[in-house]
Design a binder for this molecule. Sequence first.
Ligand code: NZQ
Ligand code: ZN
Length: 392
Amino acid sequence: MKNFLYYTPTRVVFGKGAENDTGKLIKECGGKKILIHYGSGSVIRTGLLDRIIKSVHDENIAFVTLGGVVPNPRLSKVYEGIELCKKEKTDFILAVGGGSVIDSAKAIAYGVSNEGDVWDFYKKTRVPSSSVPVGVVLTIAAAGSEMSNSSVITNDATSEKRGCNCDLSRCKFAVMNPELTMTLPEYQTESGCVDIMMHTMERYFNCGENSEITSVIAEGLLRTVIKNAKILLQDPLNYNARAEIMWASSLSHNGLTGCGNDAGDWACHQLEHELGGMFDVTHGAGLAAVWPAWARYVYKNSVCRFARFARAVFNIDIEEDEKAALAGIDALEAFFREIKMPTNIRELGQEVNQGQIKTLAYNCSFKNTRTIGSVMKLNVQDIENIYTQASK
Ligand code: NZQ
Ligand code: ZN
């Protein structure tokens, strides 16, 4: 087992009615005047925003609101939020929504408490030195941003989608009522399930040392998400299935499924981020579209791990490692199809030409200055090959 640091300072309040205590939670964090940040309207339609405002009002906390965050949240909205928070002198940001709203809130929080252009933190030319506190009422189980140290923002001027990883942005609290996710469209529910699985799989597949307990936690999490993603296809109002998926979303990206493992791979996330920046695709669906091509390209470097995945997650009973590894990849692909997720870029709804593939690969390799991934270090040509394979 490798040395590791596990830091999860987020207070989780989980279950039915949890959102009614949001005002109290903000008060305990010292919030006196807050920004309530939300997306493109679901929280208005479901009445959640009104309930949150009441809860905040009941605690005599002053607030301003800023909606309009879109999936693949935009830098222009972040700038708008920073300006508003500075003008209104807010001291806490409450995100009511999913990964996009939380990530936008985290970016605003950096921008308010640090000088200069917040985009520098996403370009990785500077690191934040402080952050305004952020809390969240989660409405979709997917990105895991409610407990992660990440924020992913798309620069609408350049179409670059980039992440900033920093513990300063870890949410003070995460309110998670699985019932709030029952209004999700099926596509968002199932995309979320893919993203949750991928956060564990990115940590699971590597060529180095692994911890047995972490591997078993990861396999159990993957089996649980697979089982409940199928249940939700038939029965979207199933509370227990919603709850299992929601808790999995946090556990999958708070570091737990990487403790003691060699560094994660994360190539599929980098490949997806370029697709998201160029075509504005749904993150989880974009991951499903690149994973099979990535897996078949790299599995030979980590045959044992892929074979273990096949046996432990899909119960594949094949003795020879390479055959088991390939059967596991087929099984995950079949699962993606079963939950109506794409298994390549065409099924994602994008026709990508050779020129676009070259641009995607060039940008993904940061203009041919970096490799991505750890199972196989992928250079610009490998990345291009994978995008090409995923586009067939
Ligand atoms: O904007 P509204 O109207 O709320 O609609 C949203 C949005 O259209 C809708 N939705 C959310 N909750 C709903 C609902 N509709 C009905 N009922 C509800 N209860 O769902 C759509 C997707 O929302 P979004 O927040 O974009 O989803 P998700 O949580 O998947 O977040 C995706 C973003 O997170 C980033 C992704 O790249 C993407 O930009 N990620 C963030 C990570 C992190 N910060 O740790 C890690 C991930 O790997 C990921 O990169
Ligand atoms: Zn993700």
